[in-house]
Design a protein around this ligand. Structure first.
Ligand SMILES: Nc1ncnc2c1ncn2[C@@H]1O[C@H](COP(=O)(O)OP(=O)(O)OP(=O)(O)O)[C@@H](O)[C@H]1O
Ligand SMILES: [Mg+2]
Length: 593
């Protein structure tokens, strides 16, 4: 049986004649409930709606006889087909599910999901390709006027989208970024609010060096979500957006080599050997998350598994639609969304309250600089993301960049910020920056690959350049307040730090907040002069929070997200002590357990 496109019953290669539309509808009603008894009253209701014939049971019987004849290949001429059976209180179509294309499709998708879970991407991709090749048009195309077929058709369409997304996931894992973009582009136009799909497409675009397209896509999606559903982009999509802004998704070629590493490397062993390399948890790899991992990991859990490939998750927490297989591979007919695998944020109540209040004040006109410092892996980046999530949810724009690239060109950090603002507010940006275009030169140029190395440092006197950038930012903030997030400020080039210093002097009356993360500043001493960074972080104008370890309670909460069973207080205490409350160390301990 084929139900993709118009319904067709085949015996071998011979197409069977199914007769008039209502005869076909009866078959459709039975296929939808394959191997289940459909009661007679239900069949009558679904077949004729509120306008049944005068003797409905007899009429139904006639239709059943017709159907049996149509399907009676191989049976005794005139005898009943073994396929359509009477079984009180109704009828059942008894058929091996594999004989129906839609069932074969779903089985392949479920198997592919299992392959992905064990990182067998090539096999998964082949299966998904085979599943999608079965798709030959809208399921039950000519029968969608009947409610059960319309519902099933919609459910199958959602399952198709899931298959497309999983296929994209395998392609990303295999470094086939072109294929991802080609396949997802038309889907994203049809389903502009399907966040998981958009997330994969953004990743593919970014990896092809089309960062600007990826950012535009995000903004378009956000606008669609706001218009159609009145909601903001989901947290996971925002995290991927932030990862792109911070240029922390690796590009395809690197990713492709990483897959091979992952495939042959046991995860626990790999983590253990890296632990030996970086006992304190320092040393960033680029993004690592794959398949079932969360987008939160895409931004911040990368160090644990540098062997894995950058991709976006299929269980992202992005809402999936009804009827798609869940992570256990079981079709989710109740339409319950996928279980979320994103890792929850725990603790930091005090810091969140302080920084939340700071952000509110900044966005309402009391701009300023706030800094989160602490040892590597203590949770600085994660905390800032939690803070900015609140701001985004309140409808504010947040521009984030990573400051890595100390040896890059002067003002590299600000070049990236300007570039992002030129994408998110093209009109306003053009207006306010026009008069500085000669002065700022290369800093304002749009570099499609997003490579900082391509930015030409301006030739003019530093103060003029810094003044111009501050003027642009202040003018844009006065039009619409925003937050800037500068991650790993300790890695910023010297000129960028100077510019930040100048900006902070201008902020007090401007609705612009700058939130930075940084390694701890060096304590002032007579022998070592303070650096520009030390000055900034130590300034009385800066709100500096030094992060310590998580509380015991927060550690318990984090442990609970990793371990299904109850963990007793003693074990939690031991983990707290061993990790020093560092969420990174804790995660690593848990993953090795
Ligand atoms: N409050 C938290 N709740 C749950 N997980 C957290 C929390 N804080 C941090 N983590 C996790 O701990 C890990 C390290 O966090 P993060 O990257 O924010 O540290 P960091 O201080 O920014 O490190 P670095 O100095 O290397 O930049 C990440 O995997 C992150 O998801
Ligand atoms: Mg960090």
């Amino acid at each position: 049986m084929r139900v993709f496109g118009t319904m067709v019953a085949l015996h071998g290669t011979r197409e069977l004649s199914l007769g008039a539309p209502r005869h076909r509808a009866l078959l459709g009603l039975l296929v939808v409930r394959l191997n289940q008894v459909v009661p007679v009253p239900q069949l009558i209701e679904e077949l004729w709606g509120g306008r049944p014939p005068r003797r409905p049971t007899a009429a139904l019987h006639t239709y059943i006889c017709h159907l049996r004849r149509a399907l009676s290949f191989g049976a005794r001429p005139g005898g009943p087909s073994m396929l359509v059976r009477h079984q009180a209180p109704g009828y059942v179509l008894a058929l091996d599910p594999d004989e129906v294309d839609a069932h074969r499709f779903e089985r392949l998708v479920i198997q592919a999901r299992r392959d992905i879970a064990v990182q067998d991407y090539r096999v998964a991709q082949d299966r998904l390709g085979a599943a999608l090749a079965l798709w030959r048009g809208v399921p039950y195309l000519e029968l969608v006027d009947y409610a059960p077929m319309a519902e099933e058709s919609a459910r199958l369409e959602q399952a198709r989208l899931t298959a497309v997304e999983l296929h994209a996931e395998t392609s990303l894992a295999l470094g086939e970024n072109d294929a991802v973009v080609a396949r997802l582009h038309p889907e994203a136009q049809r389903y502009p609010t399907r966040e998981c799909l958009i997330a994969y497409l953004m990743t593919g675009l970014y990896r092809l060096g089309r960062q600007a397209d990826a950012l535009r896509l995000f903004e378009r999606t956000r606008a669609h979500l706001a218009e159609e559903l009145g909601v903001d982009a989901g947290a996971e999509l925002q995290r991927i957006h932030a990862a792109i802004l911070r240029q922390e998704l690796p590009f395809g070629d690197r990713a492709a080599t990483r897959v091979e590493v992952t495939a042959g490397e046991d995860r626990a062993d790999a983590a253990a050997s890296r632990q030996a390399e970086h006992p304190t948890g320092g040393g960033h790899e680029d993004v690592v998350t794959c398949g079932t991992r969360s987008a939160r990991s895409a931004l911040s859990d990368e160090r644990a598994e540098p062997g894995a490939v950058a991709a976006v998750p299929h269980t992202t927490g992005v809402p999936h639609s009804a009827g798609v297989p869940n992570s256990a591979g079981v079709p989710n007919s109740a339409g319950v969304p996928h279980p979320l695998t994103s890792l929850p944020f725990v603790g930091r109540t005090y810091e969140l309250a302080v920084l939340g209040a700071w952000a509110d004040a900044a966005l309402s006109g009391e701009g300023g600089l706030a800094a989160v410092t602490g040892q590597p892996g203590i949770g600085k980046t994660e905390l800032t993301m939690e803070v900015t999530r609140g701001a985004r949810e309140a409808g504010h724009e947040v521009i984030g960049v990573s400051c890595r690239g100390k040896d890059g060109p002067a003002y590299g950090v600000w070049a990236r910020i300007l570039r992002q603002l030129s994408h998110t507010r093209p009109e306003a940006f053009r207006m306010v920056s026009a008069r500085y275009s000669r002065l700022l030169g290369g800093l304002l140029s749009d570099v499609p690959s997003g490579a900082v190395e391509d930015v030409q440092p301006p030739l003019q006197a530093p103060f003029l350049v810094e003044d111009a950038v501050c003027a642009i930012l202040v003018a844009l903030a006065r039009q619409k307040p925003f937050l800037l997030v500068l991650d790993d400020l300790q890695s910023a080039d010297y000129s960028s730090l100077n510019l930040l210093h100048l900006l902070t002097c201008r902020l007090p009356e401007v609705p612009l907040g700058v939130l930075v993360t940084s390694a701890d500043p060096r304590p002032a001493s007579e022998s070592t002069p303070q650096t520009a960074l030390d000055h900034l972080l130590g300034s009385a104008r800066t709100l500096t929070l030094r992060l310590g370890g998580l509380s015991e309670q927060a550690v318990a909460a984090l442990v609970a997200t990793h371990v299904d069973a109850d963990v007793d207080a003693e074990a939690t205490l031991a983990l707290h002590k061993r990790s020093g409350g560092s969420p990174y160390a804790l995660r690593r301990l848990l993953s090795l357990a």
